[in-house]
Ligand binder design. Structure first.
Ligand code: NAP
Length: 270
C-alpha cells in the first residue's frame, strides 16, 4: 500500500491500536500514535508517539490541521467516550475522514451469571447490601465511586501501583497488565475467594479471561454497559482498517482534492 496519500493520526490505548500501529509500521505508512498518558509506562509503539490530551475537540481539530493529518483513526477503548466524541467533531471540523477501530461487546454464554448495569453509578448502587468479596476490574479511574459501598473487600487489578491512597478501606491491589489467561484468572479468583466480579463490557480477547474464569467457578458478574458513541465509520479488525485507509486515500486522489476532500459521513459501515 502506498503511503503517499496518508498522514495518519492513530488514537490509541488498546490492544487493537497497538496491532494497527504494527501493521502501519510494517507497511511503511506515514502515521503517528497518540496516548492519553494514563499509565506510567505505556507500551512502546513502532510509530512516532505523542502523549497527552489535545485540549478538547477544538484542540484536536487544530492539531489535525497544523500537522497536515489526512486520516484520523480512533482506536481508543469503548469506554473512552469523550475522546471518541471529540474525534468525530474534530474530523468534521478539519474535513478529514475518521475511522473507529472497535471491538464487538462481549455477550453472555451458557453458564454465565451476568447482571447488566447501565453505567458505573448503577454498578455502585447494585453493590448495596452485606459485605462481599468483589473483584473490581475497572481500572483505577472509578475507584472513588465505590467508596460509597465500603463494606466489601475489593480485589483491584491495576496497571500501575496507585499513586494516591485508594479510597476503599478493605482492598488488595494486584499490579499486572494484560493480556490475561483463564488459568491465571481462575487461580486469582480462587485465591482471593472472590464471590462477585464487576467489570466493563470492553469486548476483545485481552480481558476476557476473567469472564471465562467466573463462568468456570459459577461466579456472578456485574457487567457495566458501554456508553453511547456517535455514528462514525467503524472497522472491527486491522485488515478492515487497512482496507478503509486504502479506499479513502484512493477516493481522495480521484476527487482531486487530497485526502481532505473525503467526508467522514460517507464512510459508515466498512
Ligand atoms: P476519555 O474519558 O474519553 O478521554 C478524556 C480525555 O483524555 C480526552 O478528552 C482527551 O483529552 C484525552 N485522551 C483520551 N484518549 C486519548 C488519546 N489516545 N490521545 C490523546 N488524548 C487522549 O478517555 P479515558 O476513558 O480517560 O481513556 C483514556 C485512554 O485510556 C484512552 O486512550 C483509552 O483508549 C485508554 N483506556 C481507557 C479505558 C477505559 O475503561 N476508559 C480502558 C483501557 C484503556 P483532550 O480533550 O484534552 O484531548
Amino acid at each position: 500500500m502506498s503511503d503517499l496519500a496518508h498522514d495518519i493520526l492513530l488514537l490509541g490505548g488498546t490492544t487493537e491500536a497497538s496491532a494497527l500501529a504494527r501493521a502501519l509500521a510494517e507497511r511503511g505508512m506515514k502515521a503517528r500514535f497518540s496516548y492519553a498518558g494514563r499509565v506510567d509506562t505505556p507500551r512502546p509503539q513502532p510509530l512516532p508517539t505523542r502523549v497527552g490530551g489535545f485540549g478538547g475537540a477544538e484542540g484536536l481539530a487544530r492539531y489535525l490541521a497544523d500537522e497536515g493529518i489526512t486520516h484520523l483513526v480512533d482506536a481508543t477503548h469503548p469506554f473512552a467516550a469523550r475522546m471518541s466524541a471529540n474525534a468525530v467533531a474534530a474530523a468534521r471540523m478539519a474535513g478529514i475522514p475518521l475511522l473507529a477501530l472497535t471491538r464487538p461487546p462481549w455477550s453472555a454464554e451458557a453458564g454465565d451469571r451476568w447482571q447488566d448495569a447501565p453505567d458505573i453509578a448503577a454498578a455502585v448502587a447494585a453493590l448495596a447490601g452485606p459485605p462481599r468479596r468483589v473483584m473490581l476490574a475497572l481500572g483505577r479511574m472509578h475507584l472513588a465511586d465505590f467508596a460509597a459501598q465500603p463494606q466489601h473487600h475489593y480485589l483491584l487489578r491495576l496497571v500501575d501501583p496507585p499513586s494516591a491512597p485508594v479510597p476503599l478501606p478493605d482492598h488488595h491491589a494486584v499490579i499486572d497488565r494484560g493480556p490475561f489467561d483463564v488459568d491465571g484468572d481462575t487461580e486469582l479468583l480462587r485465591r482471593h475467594r472472590i464471590d462477585l466480579v464487576v467489570c466493563k463490557n470492553a469486548g476483545g480477547e485481552g480481558a476476557r479471561a476473567k469472564l471465562v474464569a467466573a463462568r468456570k467457578l459459577g461466579l456472578p458478574v456485574l457487567m457495566v454497559q458501554r456508553p453511547a458513541q456517535p455514528a462514525r465509520a467503524e472497522a472491527h479488525d486491522v485488515d478492515a482498517a487497512l482496507g478503509w485507509l486504502q479506499r479513502t486515500a484512493a477516493r481522495c486522489a480521484t476527487a482531486g482534492g487530497g485526502a481532505h476532500a473525503a467526508s467522514p459521513d460517507t464512510e459508515r459501515g466498512v
